[in-house]
Design a protein around this ligand. Structure first.
Ligand SMILES: *[C@@H]1O[C@H](CO)[C@@H](O)[C@H](O)[C@H]1NC(C)=O
Ligand SMILES: *[C@@H]1O[C@H](CO)[C@@H](O)[C@H](O)[C@H]1NC(C)=O
Ligand SMILES: *[C@@H]1O[C@H](CO)[C@@H](O)[C@H](O)[C@H]1NC(C)=O
Ligand SMILES: *[C@@H]1O[C@H](CO)[C@@H](O)[C@H](O)[C@H]1NC(C)=O
Ligand SMILES: *[C@@H]1O[C@H](CO)[C@@H](O)[C@H](O)[C@H]1NC(C)=O
Length: 236
Protein backbone atom coordinates (compact mmCIF):
# COMPACT_ATOMS: atom_id res chain seq x y z
CA UNK A 1 0.00 0.00 0.00
CA UNK A 2 1.78 3.21 -1.17
CA UNK A 3 0.29 5.32 1.65
CA UNK A 4 1.74 2.91 4.19
CA UNK A 5 5.22 3.17 2.70
CA UNK A 6 5.06 6.95 2.67
CA UNK A 7 4.10 6.87 6.34
CA UNK A 8 6.84 4.43 7.25
CA UNK A 9 9.62 6.51 5.70
CA UNK A 10 8.47 9.81 7.15
CA UNK A 11 7.30 8.77 10.57
CA UNK A 12 7.74 11.55 13.04
CA UNK A 13 7.65 9.93 16.40
CA UNK A 14 7.19 11.96 19.52
CA UNK A 15 6.70 9.56 22.36
CA UNK A 16 6.39 10.72 25.88
CA UNK A 17 6.47 7.59 27.95
CA UNK A 18 4.21 6.99 30.89
CA UNK A 19 3.02 3.84 32.60
CA UNK A 20 -0.70 4.52 32.72
CA UNK A 21 -0.88 6.36 29.46
CA UNK A 22 -3.25 6.89 26.65
CA UNK A 23 -1.90 7.23 23.12
CA UNK A 24 -3.08 9.71 20.55
CA UNK A 25 -1.78 9.08 17.04
CA UNK A 26 -2.28 12.01 14.68
CA UNK A 27 -1.98 11.03 11.02
CA UNK A 28 -1.94 14.08 8.76
CA UNK A 29 -3.20 13.16 5.29
CA UNK A 30 -3.98 16.78 4.41
CA UNK A 31 -1.71 18.40 1.84
CA UNK A 32 -0.89 21.16 4.33
CA UNK A 33 0.72 21.29 7.76
CA UNK A 34 -1.35 21.38 10.92
CA UNK A 35 -0.19 22.42 14.38
CA UNK A 36 -1.78 20.67 17.34
CA UNK A 37 -3.40 22.78 19.99
CA UNK A 38 -4.42 21.22 23.29
CA UNK A 39 -5.88 22.27 26.60
CA UNK A 40 -4.66 21.35 29.10
CA UNK A 41 -1.10 20.95 27.76
CA UNK A 42 0.11 17.51 26.67
CA UNK A 43 3.90 17.96 27.07
CA UNK A 44 4.32 18.25 23.32
CA UNK A 45 7.72 19.41 22.12
CA UNK A 46 6.79 19.53 18.45
CA UNK A 47 3.39 20.88 17.44
CA UNK A 48 3.62 20.88 13.67
CA UNK A 49 2.52 17.77 11.80
CA UNK A 50 3.59 18.20 8.15
CA UNK A 51 1.63 16.49 5.36
CA UNK A 52 2.07 12.67 5.28
CA UNK A 53 3.51 12.65 8.79
CA UNK A 54 2.31 10.94 11.93
CA UNK A 55 2.73 12.36 15.41
CA UNK A 56 2.35 10.07 18.38
CA UNK A 57 1.76 11.57 21.78
CA UNK A 58 0.86 10.11 25.15
CA UNK A 59 -1.30 11.58 27.82
CA UNK A 60 -1.71 10.46 31.37
CA UNK A 61 -4.76 8.20 31.81
CA UNK A 62 -6.41 10.98 33.80
CA UNK A 63 -5.92 13.54 31.03
CA UNK A 64 -9.23 15.06 29.95
CA UNK A 65 -9.38 17.93 27.57
CA UNK A 66 -9.58 19.26 24.09
CA UNK A 67 -7.41 18.87 21.01
CA UNK A 68 -7.70 21.03 17.91
CA UNK A 69 -5.91 21.69 14.68
CA UNK A 70 -4.33 25.01 13.79
CA UNK A 71 -3.61 25.86 10.16
CA UNK A 72 -1.70 28.51 8.17
CA UNK A 73 0.67 29.19 11.06
CA UNK A 74 3.67 31.48 10.74
CA UNK A 75 6.39 33.04 12.86
CA UNK A 76 6.72 36.77 12.13
CA UNK A 77 9.82 38.98 11.99
CA UNK A 78 9.79 39.54 15.75
CA UNK A 79 9.43 35.83 16.53
CA UNK A 80 5.70 35.87 17.29
CA UNK A 81 3.83 32.68 16.34
CA UNK A 82 0.24 32.86 15.12
CA UNK A 83 -2.20 30.90 12.96
CA UNK A 84 -5.03 31.92 10.67
CA UNK A 85 -7.32 29.20 12.09
CA UNK A 86 -7.47 27.72 15.60
CA UNK A 87 -5.05 30.34 16.97
CA UNK A 88 -4.70 30.45 20.73
CA UNK A 89 -3.01 33.88 20.89
CA UNK A 90 -0.15 32.68 23.07
CA UNK A 91 2.44 34.09 20.66
CA UNK A 92 4.36 30.78 20.85
CA UNK A 93 3.65 27.28 19.48
CA UNK A 94 2.43 25.99 22.85
CA UNK A 95 -1.03 27.21 23.76
CA UNK A 96 -0.05 27.68 27.43
CA UNK A 97 -3.56 27.03 28.71
CA UNK A 98 -5.19 29.35 26.17
CA UNK A 99 -8.27 28.32 24.20
CA UNK A 100 -8.67 28.05 20.44
CA UNK A 101 -10.18 30.87 18.46
CA UNK A 102 -13.26 29.79 16.49
CA UNK A 103 -14.09 28.67 13.87
CA UNK A 104 -12.30 25.41 14.51
CA UNK A 105 -13.00 21.67 14.56
CA UNK A 106 -12.79 20.60 18.23
CA UNK A 107 -11.92 17.12 19.48
CA UNK A 108 -13.30 16.73 22.98
CA UNK A 109 -12.07 14.02 25.36
CA UNK A 110 -13.92 14.13 28.64
CA UNK A 111 -15.55 11.78 31.15
CA UNK A 112 -18.77 10.89 32.84
CA UNK A 113 -18.67 12.23 36.37
CA UNK A 114 -20.06 8.95 37.72
CA UNK A 115 -17.73 6.64 35.80
CA UNK A 116 -14.08 7.57 35.44
CA UNK A 117 -13.22 4.34 33.57
CA UNK A 118 -15.22 5.51 30.56
CA UNK A 119 -13.56 7.93 28.19
CA UNK A 120 -16.06 10.20 26.44
CA UNK A 121 -15.13 11.63 23.06
CA UNK A 122 -16.79 13.80 20.44
CA UNK A 123 -15.90 15.73 17.33
CA UNK A 124 -17.52 19.01 18.21
CA UNK A 125 -18.61 21.46 15.48
CA UNK A 126 -20.47 23.88 17.78
CA UNK A 127 -17.73 26.42 17.09
CA UNK A 128 -17.43 25.81 13.36
CA UNK A 129 -15.10 23.78 11.23
CA UNK A 130 -11.59 24.03 9.81
CA UNK A 131 -10.02 20.57 9.25
CA UNK A 132 -11.74 17.25 8.28
CA UNK A 133 -11.01 14.59 10.90
CA UNK A 134 -11.88 11.04 11.96
CA UNK A 135 -11.34 9.87 15.55
CA UNK A 136 -10.98 6.09 15.78
CA UNK A 137 -10.69 4.45 19.22
CA UNK A 138 -8.44 1.43 19.19
CA UNK A 139 -6.95 -1.18 21.46
CA UNK A 140 -9.69 -1.22 24.10
CA UNK A 141 -11.21 -4.44 25.46
CA UNK A 142 -14.13 -4.07 23.07
CA UNK A 143 -14.53 -2.15 19.79
CA UNK A 144 -15.84 1.41 20.03
CA UNK A 145 -17.53 3.72 17.55
CA UNK A 146 -15.39 5.89 15.29
CA UNK A 147 -16.61 9.45 14.91
CA UNK A 148 -15.64 12.62 13.13
CA UNK A 149 -16.27 14.90 10.23
CA UNK A 150 -14.47 13.44 7.23
CA UNK A 151 -16.18 15.79 4.75
CA UNK A 152 -14.53 19.10 3.98
CA UNK A 153 -17.32 21.44 5.08
CA UNK A 154 -15.30 24.41 3.80
CA UNK A 155 -16.38 23.38 0.30
CA UNK A 156 -20.10 23.66 1.12
CA UNK A 157 -19.92 26.57 3.58
CA UNK A 158 -22.41 29.40 2.85
CA UNK A 159 -20.62 32.57 1.75
CA UNK A 160 -21.67 34.58 4.84
CA UNK A 161 -20.06 31.97 7.14
CA UNK A 162 -16.83 31.53 5.19
CA UNK A 163 -13.55 32.68 6.69
CA UNK A 164 -11.05 33.38 3.93
CA UNK A 165 -7.34 34.10 3.69
CA UNK A 166 -5.94 37.11 1.83
CA UNK A 167 -6.24 35.20 -1.47
CA UNK A 168 -9.98 34.61 -0.91
CA UNK A 169 -9.43 30.89 -0.25
CA UNK A 170 -11.88 29.49 2.34
CA UNK A 171 -9.90 28.34 5.39
CA UNK A 172 -12.75 27.76 7.88
CA UNK A 173 -16.53 27.81 8.24
CA UNK A 174 -18.15 29.67 11.13
CA UNK A 175 -21.14 28.51 13.19
CA UNK A 176 -24.26 30.72 13.09
CA UNK A 177 -24.28 30.89 16.88
CA UNK A 178 -20.74 32.31 17.00
CA UNK A 179 -21.47 34.72 14.15
CA UNK A 180 -24.88 36.08 15.16
CA UNK A 181 -25.09 35.35 18.93
CA UNK A 182 -28.82 34.69 18.57
CA UNK A 183 -30.13 32.89 21.72
CA UNK A 184 -32.46 30.83 19.52
CA UNK A 185 -29.60 29.58 17.35
CA UNK A 186 -27.28 29.12 20.35
CA UNK A 187 -29.94 27.28 22.42
CA UNK A 188 -29.47 29.54 25.43
CA UNK A 189 -31.74 31.67 27.65
CA UNK A 190 -35.41 30.87 26.87
CA UNK A 191 -34.24 28.41 24.19
CA UNK A 192 -31.95 26.53 26.56
CA UNK A 193 -33.96 23.32 26.90
CA UNK A 194 -34.38 20.24 24.77
CA UNK A 195 -37.98 21.05 23.73
CA UNK A 196 -37.19 24.68 22.76
CA UNK A 197 -33.83 24.13 21.06
CA UNK A 198 -33.77 23.33 17.35
CA UNK A 199 -30.86 23.05 14.94
CA UNK A 200 -30.11 26.12 12.85
CA UNK A 201 -29.81 25.87 9.06
CA UNK A 202 -26.05 25.79 9.49
CA UNK A 203 -26.18 23.01 12.15
CA UNK A 204 -28.49 21.02 9.87
CA UNK A 205 -26.08 21.45 6.98
CA UNK A 206 -23.10 20.37 9.13
CA UNK A 207 -25.10 17.36 10.35
CA UNK A 208 -25.98 16.26 6.82
CA UNK A 209 -22.31 16.47 5.85
CA UNK A 210 -21.08 14.78 9.04
CA UNK A 211 -23.85 12.74 10.77
CA UNK A 212 -21.58 11.46 13.56
CA UNK A 213 -20.32 14.87 14.65
CA UNK A 214 -21.80 16.93 17.51
CA UNK A 215 -23.27 19.93 15.66
CA UNK A 216 -25.84 21.46 18.05
CA UNK A 217 -26.60 21.14 21.74
CA UNK A 218 -29.02 18.22 21.74
CA UNK A 219 -28.01 16.21 18.68
CA UNK A 220 -25.88 13.51 20.31
CA UNK A 221 -22.65 12.67 18.53
CA UNK A 222 -21.04 11.97 21.91
CA UNK A 223 -19.52 8.50 22.39
CA UNK A 224 -17.78 6.63 25.17
CA UNK A 225 -15.23 3.88 25.33
CA UNK A 226 -13.29 2.07 28.05
CA UNK A 227 -9.51 1.73 27.90
CA UNK A 228 -8.90 2.93 24.36
CA UNK A 229 -6.16 4.80 22.54
CA UNK A 230 -7.16 7.09 19.69
CA UNK A 231 -6.16 7.34 16.04
CA UNK A 232 -6.85 10.83 14.76
CA UNK A 233 -6.78 11.02 10.97
CA UNK A 234 -6.79 14.44 9.32
CA UNK A 235 -8.27 14.77 5.81
CA UNK A 236 -9.08 11.03 5.78
C1 LIG B 1 -4.10 20.70 -1.90
O1 LIG B 1 -5.34 20.15 -2.28
C2 LIG B 1 -6.26 21.11 -2.75
C3 LIG B 1 -7.60 20.42 -2.95
O2 LIG B 1 -7.45 19.09 -3.33
C4 LIG B 1 -5.72 21.74 -4.01
O3 LIG B 1 -6.62 22.71 -4.50
C5 LIG B 1 -4.38 22.40 -3.70
O4 LIG B 1 -3.81 22.91 -4.89
C6 LIG B 1 -3.43 21.41 -3.08
N1 LIG B 1 -2.24 22.13 -2.60
C7 LIG B 1 -1.02 21.64 -2.74
C8 LIG B 1 0.08 22.50 -2.19
O5 LIG B 1 -0.79 20.58 -3.28
C1 LIG C 1 4.35 39.20 15.77
O1 LIG C 1 3.44 38.31 16.38
C2 LIG C 1 3.12 38.62 17.71
C3 LIG C 1 2.25 37.49 18.28
O2 LIG C 1 1.17 37.19 17.43
C4 LIG C 1 2.42 39.98 17.74
O3 LIG C 1 2.10 40.31 19.08
C5 LIG C 1 3.34 41.02 17.16
O4 LIG C 1 2.65 42.25 17.08
C6 LIG C 1 3.79 40.63 15.77
N1 LIG C 1 4.83 41.53 15.32
C7 LIG C 1 4.88 41.97 14.07
C8 LIG C 1 6.03 42.85 13.73
O5 LIG C 1 4.04 41.68 13.23
C1 LIG D 1 -14.51 13.44 35.72
O1 LIG D 1 -15.36 14.58 35.77
C2 LIG D 1 -15.71 14.94 37.09
C3 LIG D 1 -16.70 16.08 37.01
O2 LIG D 1 -16.22 17.07 36.13
C4 LIG D 1 -14.45 15.32 37.90
O3 LIG D 1 -14.79 15.63 39.20
C5 LIG D 1 -13.50 14.12 37.88
O4 LIG D 1 -12.29 14.49 38.52
C6 LIG D 1 -13.21 13.72 36.46
N1 LIG D 1 -12.37 12.54 36.47
C7 LIG D 1 -11.22 12.50 35.80
C8 LIG D 1 -10.47 11.24 35.91
O5 LIG D 1 -10.83 13.44 35.16
C1 LIG E 1 -18.14 2.07 34.27
O1 LIG E 1 -17.95 1.64 32.92
C2 LIG E 1 -17.39 0.35 32.81
C3 LIG E 1 -17.10 0.09 31.33
O2 LIG E 1 -18.24 0.20 30.54
C4 LIG E 1 -18.36 -0.66 33.40
O3 LIG E 1 -17.80 -1.97 33.32
C5 LIG E 1 -18.63 -0.31 34.85
O4 LIG E 1 -19.61 -1.16 35.38
C6 LIG E 1 -19.11 1.13 34.99
N1 LIG E 1 -19.18 1.51 36.40
C7 LIG E 1 -20.23 2.19 36.89
C8 LIG E 1 -20.13 2.56 38.34
O5 LIG E 1 -21.20 2.49 36.23
C1 LIG F 1 -4.35 3.20 14.03
O1 LIG F 1 -3.19 3.63 13.33
C2 LIG F 1 -2.20 2.61 13.24
C3 LIG F 1 -0.97 3.24 12.58
O2 LIG F 1 -1.31 3.88 11.38
C4 LIG F 1 -2.74 1.43 12.47
O3 LIG F 1 -1.76 0.41 12.45
C5 LIG F 1 -4.00 0.92 13.14
O4 LIG F 1 -4.57 -0.11 12.37
C6 LIG F 1 -5.00 2.03 13.31
N1 LIG F 1 -6.13 1.53 14.08
C7 LIG F 1 -7.37 1.69 13.69
C8 LIG F 1 -8.42 1.10 14.59
O5 LIG F 1 -7.67 2.30 12.67
Amino acid sequence: MPGGIALAISLLLILIAGSNSREFMVDNRCNYSVWLGTIPSMDLIIFEVPPKNVLLTNADDGWRGRIWLRTHCTTNSSGGFSCLTGDCHSGVESCDGKLAEAPVTLLDFTNFSNNDTLYVYAVNLLHGFNVPVVVQPQGGPSPCQATGCPEDIKKVCPVELQVTDTNGFTIACESECDKYHDPKVCCIDEYGSQDKCHPSGQADMFKRACPLAHTWTYDGGIFSCAGADFNITLCP
